[in-house]
Design a protein around this ligand. Sequence first.
Ligand SMILES: NC(=O)c1ccc[n+]([C@@H]2O[C@H](COP(=O)([O-])OP(=O)(O)OC[C@H]3O[C@@H](n4cnc5c(N)ncnc54)[C@H](O)[C@@H]3O)[C@@H](O)[C@H]2O)c1
Length: 436
Amino acid sequence: MSNYKKLITLINRKQAKVCVVGLGYVGLPIAIEFAYKGFFVYGFDTKESRVQRLKKGISYIDDISDKDVKKAIGKKLYPTCCVSDLSKADVIIICVPTPLRKRKVPNISYIIKASNSIRNHLRKGQLIVLESTTYPGTTRDVILPILQKGGLKEAADFFLSFSPERIDPGNKKYPFAKIPKVVGGISKEATALTKTLYSKVIDKVVTVSSAETAEIVKLLENTFRIVNIGLINEFAMVCNKFRIDVWEVVKATKTKPFGFMPFYPGPGLGGHCIPTDPLYLSWKARKLGFKTKMIDLAAKTNLFMPYYVAQRAEELLQLKGRDIDKARILVLGVTYKKDVKDLRESPALDIIGLLKDKGSRVSYSDPYIPYLDINSICMKNTKITQAGLKKYDLVILTTDHKKFNYKPIAKNAKLIFDTRNAFEKAGIKSAHIIKL
Ligand SMILES: NC(=O)c1ccc[n+]([C@@H]2O[C@H](COP(=O)([O-])OP(=O)(O)OC[C@H]3O[C@@H](n4cnc5c(N)ncnc54)[C@H](O)[C@@H]3O)[C@@H](O)[C@H]2O)c1
């Protein structure tokens, strides 16, 4: 029997052993889902502390509870740091980070390192799937040569494909199984095997003609977001010049039943995906002699937003006769989006830094972050109290966590700058609440 036939039979019978490489925001939910659906899963991570926590049934990811971890371990999830376990798996799914380097160029060193580990344990009959977001060509031009170094051939001996991860941390409406999965293989055999694999855990799998197409699908998704967010952020700044409420504008515009999709302004972009992924595309396009003007402009506009917020804060204080270098400011919410613990690339951190540079005394309050020790900011969370709120010249709402109790904040703060329209959404309107 061919390697392909053997593997497809194993997958169809759920006897294929799956190894997820990298147990972060993406990898851990995938590993758990495969274990729940009856597959034996090795969860491989180089960070020993993470593996130890999982073995004890402790989660370190927002959307995954300790109970979820315990249930998966009780089924068939085996967390491991042992790289030789890679050879025991029939399917290996790579979910390692793809950050940017300081000069905003792609850093695919984690993918290369993981691929080298897999190559050292590669055997006939394995399927390797890359899920990490990256530029088109990574699977074919970077991973394939590494895996073929040992003499095994793709499509005959092993199979390689790309399938972008679309998980949205904190989004309860679309759990893992309900988000359609796009798959593109190096060979048609790889596409077929990957489609069969994901069909066991996800309701809908969409195949495309190549790994490159699958890679760029993810980049279109996040480019669409960065450009539209850049556009609405620019629109917010224009509306402010006209003294028009941008939030009211979007609310009215979205009543058009076709041809418009609402995006909302904010204090800037954060997280691991939207600020990063489109820059993977623009970098690769530049290598091919093409300049992505839209992406570059959107990235620049979004990067400007923390400066804009700090500047507006200064103007608002001036209107109240307060100088920013003598002001006490409370920043509400420091994570990059609401209801998550994730601080990666959070614009609130830039805003805190900018306000401090202007000489303000800045505190923060965030129910998810007990202390900050990041980007040369060392601060402790401030508990919100009625008396405490009265001490601040300005409160800036940067992250609209559901846990904030908006009514008492509005009642006791002297002046509020709301960058998320959170107070109005909570039914509170007042002259001392100024919106972005
Ligand atoms: N976080 C998201 O919301 C999201 C959504 C869609 C796609 N993605 C993409 O998925 C990929 C992973 O992102 P993430 O947020 O899960 O990252 P993460 O930092 O949360 O997790 C990555 C994990 O990989 C581990 N790791 C690093 N190198 C390793 C190696 N050589 N072998 C084994 N483990 C290794 C790390 O220790 C860490 O636990 C990235 O490419 C990201 O762009 C992320």
